[in-house]
Design a protein around this ligand. Sequence first.
Ligand code: ADP
Length: 391
Amino acid sequence: FKDVAGMDEAKQEIMEFVKFLKDPGYFERLGAKIPKGAVLSGPPGTGKTLLAKATAGEAGVPFLSVSGSEFVEMFVGVGSSRVRDLFANAKKNAPCIIFIDEIDAIGKARGKGGQFGGNDERESTLNQLLVEMDGFSAREHVVVLAGTNRPDVLDPALLRPGRFDRHIAIDLPDIKGRVDIFKVHLEVIKTDENKEEIAKRLAALTPGFSGADVANVCNEAALIGARYEAKTVVLAHFEAAIERVIAGLEKKSRVLSPEEKNIVAHHEAGHAVAGWFLEHAHPLLKVSIIPRGAGALGYAQYLPKEKYLQSTAEMLDMMCMTLGGRVSEQIFFNSITTGAQDDLQKVTKSAYAQVATYGMTKALGNVSFGRVDQQEQSFQKPYSETTAEMM
Ligand code: ADP
């Protein structure tokens, strides 16, 4: 567990399984049954696999790891026979932990999404999994952990007590979590800087990063240091690494003409100036006109606040700031370019969400029609033609 930083609640919850596996008698003497499984859910890279592995390590039991997609095959019956083999194997090695990564590949709610040429094979695989989880008794001391980043699509039958009793949600780390994760991954990095200080500083610069992103920043910093033939990794390398992870690699080879550079500079400055004067916009950290990654000619790096609610004023200010680039082009060159496409997309998405999801407009009132991106997939709108026109 010492390699798993942060996520204290999740660790506490999973620590119970360790106790169960180490000393089942302690619980069974009071008549308790050992829980059979837990679903670890959270965004990619938040350390679900890591936590499951750590649990096995901590309990000192074998760890059988499979991915949900391994069960899905062209051939009928292969999936369920693999599930049977897996559990037979686990019983032989009990006490042990089975870890099924990406369980949504087989655990999708049955009957849904089947309308486009059903997938009986997946269903029978899932059924076999349900049967197996019911079949082994709590006395066998096999714990099944499953990882997914889409807990909402899982079949309710999987989540009922007696199968995956526990649901452990793992969120993106907050600033304190990131400090801890940085500390873990800085351990192997050779640097003369004070690691404690560096961890704090980098954590402040990386809101919204997952544990895997943090690990990636540390590794990239060392790679960048090596590329410049440095003796140790210095702060500048870490900062370059963060930029690299956020925006992609610098494209030194892509040469912009002076005119284009001028336009990009005015565009990015438009964001910066608008953001500076808008009260609720995220603070700006840096603007750059060095092309990076796929297609981006320049970019602005913001420092979003560590918070979960957004007010209408904030969303409007963010929209203004995002449009600042396009407006600046208009003011200074009296013409507009294709460079604002990404900005326009963001603004449109935010506007849709404010009207249709967050009930932030007077005309439509306090209603929410679900997420816009999910609506696009269905053929029917949950509102009338008149409402659609008003929106
Ligand atoms: P997931 O299964 O959630 O997609 P992983 O468990 O595979 O993510 O995590 C990927 C990598 O990210 C890990 O190998 C580890 O290096 C790093 N990582 C993620 N979360 C943490 C954490 N809390 N502490 C330390 N490292 C972490």
